[in-house]
Write a protein that binds this ligand. Structure first.
Ligand SMILES: Cc1cc2nc3c(=O)[nH]c(=O)nc-3n(C[C@H](O)[C@H](O)[C@H](O)COP(=O)(O)OP(=O)(O)OC[C@H]3O[C@@H](n4cnc5c(N)ncnc54)[C@H](O)[C@@H]3O)c2cc1C
Length: 528
């Protein structure tokens, strides 16, 4: 007799979502987390006395509404902050650009830059929302298992076909044309101003080892807009209290449904019997048994380090080892003695994402350097100042700037990250200072997390933020591997429920919720 119906490996947000859904359905669930706290990459960290910063993640705009509602997250203390501004994009030589949630407000402000782009913007925003609705549909579905098509897969296909037809003939043609495209071409067809092209395109390459001229980045862009109020500029929603609060909220929700959550419990092996997952072994030597094992660790780590290679066989082991995880993202948190001054920006404009991506060329050059193991002297940065919307994070008057820096390759061509860590922080401050003169003098503390730190501290293969690249080769039925995209993963009884599964990374809860649905369906069928 198994100890549990399901054991979930990892208490990142997706692992907690899976556990909460399973426990809510009356199943006995245990979550095992190797770190001392839950939340995975959702972390709030103290970077100077009394100053708390979003450790890694800073926006949570894609958190699925049904997850919030189904798990009663508001009852557990979730408060989302959704400012009207989405992007403030300062420029090296000229006035800054602001993208608002309200497309007509954006268009009004664009008029002084380009009458053509002001005219085009609302139509583009509407088109993105409409095409993204189809991707939102796919994101909620379970991809088919191409090797073993079932009646459920057939139904999913029929429903997807209906959703596709509902787009209308023109939009349906447009979505299939656009998805394989490079985002640079997509924005180049519509806008003439370099600044707006860069600001919008940056959304398609965030967290990935792709540049704006990489094929398929339009799909990443549409996926980002899917299922939320993203539209052309994307979302800028944050959590009151910082991302760590969302981790506490999810843990509290999972426990309220009866799930057990243990921290400091590293799983070292998935136990198998007759080529079926039956439990896990912990680093402490303890063995625990369950009817289903769900891993929210990344797919490469799950198959290449946790499962017996004899059970999965050399072919699958080779495929798992080749899942692309090129981590190129670093995080720099700055504590500031006062609010930095960006010319042309009042406080309202700084409450969303501050994006340093003044053109497609700027982005592509910054990406290019990473292909040769280098960091560009002019990186792409996305920053937020969470203390503007959430003063609980720092003493009065002080601020936090949370900066994502790209592209910073895990494997540097010269030197190593121990030596380069502080140079990266210097580069980020120097780059920001160009747009916010005097910012350097306000810095009272800084914290740097490189791709190597992300791998070591958060268990991400290659330091990849999304557990696997979001390219078309790892999308929908191909995520993370063709034939293993239906959340059933590698061996019978083992499931994948983290960002490496469809529909991918970001704080969405979507892979976790979709995986729970499949696990529940299988548990109902099996009466062991
Ligand atoms: C620098 C950076 C910035 C980001 N910013 C944003 C952002 O602003 N907005 C956004 O939406 N997304 C952002 N992301 C992406 C987002 O954070 C991830 O896609 C998401 O957090 C992954 O969640 P998860 O639950 O799938 O996995 P994780 O958060 O990685 O959780 C997996 C958990 O499994 C645990 N684990 C692994 N192996 C074992 C084991 N053997 N035994 C027990 N436990 C184990 C890990 O410790 C971890 O807690 C960012 C990522 C990075 C790196």
């Amino acid at each position: 007799m198994a100890d549990y119906d399901a054991i979930v490996i990892g208490a990142g947000h997706n692992g907690l979502v899976t556990a909460a859904y399973l426990a809510k359905a009356g199943r006995r669930v245990l979550v095992l987390e190797r770190r001392e706290r839950t939340g995975g990459i959702l972390d709030t960290v103290e970077i100077a006395p009394g100053v708390r910063a979003p450790g890694i993640v800073h926006t949570v705009g894609r958190l699925r509404t049904s997850v919030i509602d189904d798990l009663g997250l508001v009852r557990h203390g979730l408060v989302l902050i959704d400012p009207p501004v989405r992007v403030f994009a300062p420029q090296p030589d000229g006035p800054a650009l602001t993208l608002w949630g309200d497309a007509s407000r954006t268009a009004d402000e664009l008029r002084s830059r380009s009458a053509h782009d002001a005219e085009a913007y609302p139509t583009f925003d509407k088109k993105v929302r409409s095409l993204a609705s189809f991707l939102a549909y796919l994101n909620a579905a379970t991809p088919p298992d191409v090797k073993n098509l079932t009646f459920a897969d057939l139904l999913t296909g029929l429903r997807a076909g209906r959703a596709f037809r509902e787009l209308g003939a023109r939009a349906a043609r447009e979505v299939t044309r656009m998805m394989p495209m490079a985002i640079a071409d997509v924005v180049g067809e519509v806008f003439e101003d370099y600044a707006i092209r860069g600001a919008i395109a940056s959304r398609a390459v965030l967290y990935s080892a792709t540049g704006p001229w990489s094929a398929g980045t339009a799909t990443t862009f549409l996926s980002d807009a899917a299922g939320n109020d993203g539209g052309a500029p994307g979302q800028s929603v944050s959590v009151r209290g910082g991302p760590g609060t969302l981790a506490e909220v999810l843990t509290s929700a999972a426990r309220s449904f009866g799930a057990e959550v243990r921290t400091g419990a590293e799983v070292v092996r998935v136990l198998t019997r007759d080529e079926r997952a039956v439990g896990v072994a912990l680093a402490s030597g303890e063995e625990l048994f369950a009817r289903a094992v769900a891993s929210s660790a990344d797919p490469k780590r799950t198959l290449t380090t946790l499962v017996d290679p004899v059970v999965i066989g050399p072919h699958l082991l080779w495929r798992a080892g080749n899942i692309r995880t090129p981590g190129v993202v670093s995080k720099v948190n700055l504590s500031l003695s006062a609010l930095p001054r960006f010319p042309g920006a009042d406080e309202e404009r700084l409450r969303g994402r501050i994006v340093i991506a003044p053109s497609i060329d700027h982005l592509e050059r910054a990406f290019d350097a990473s292909k040769y193991g280098r960091i560009s002297e002019e990186p792409f940065l996305e920053a937020t100042i969470p203390t503007l919307s959430d003063p609980t994070l720092a003493p009065e008057g002080q601020h936090v700037m949370s900066v994502i820096a790209q592209w910073t390759p895990h494997a540097l061509r010269e030197g190593d990250w121990e030596a380069e860590r502080e140079s990266l922080a210097d580069l980020v401050v120097k780059t920001m200072e160009r747009y916010a003169p005097g910012l350097g003098e306000l810095v009272t503390g800084r914290q740097v997390l490189t791709p190597v730190d992300l791998e070591r501290e958060y268990g991400l293969s290659g330091g990849h933020p999304l557990h696997a690249e979001p390219g078309l080769d790892c999308w929908f039925a191909w995520r993370p591997l063709l034939g293993h995209a239906s959340y059933r993963f590698g061996v019978e009884g083992l499931y994948l429920c983290g960002s490496g599964a469809h529909p991918g990374g970001g704080i969405t809860g979507a892979p976790g919720a979709n995986a729970a649905r499949e696990i529940l369906a299988d548990l109902k069928k099996k009466k062991r």
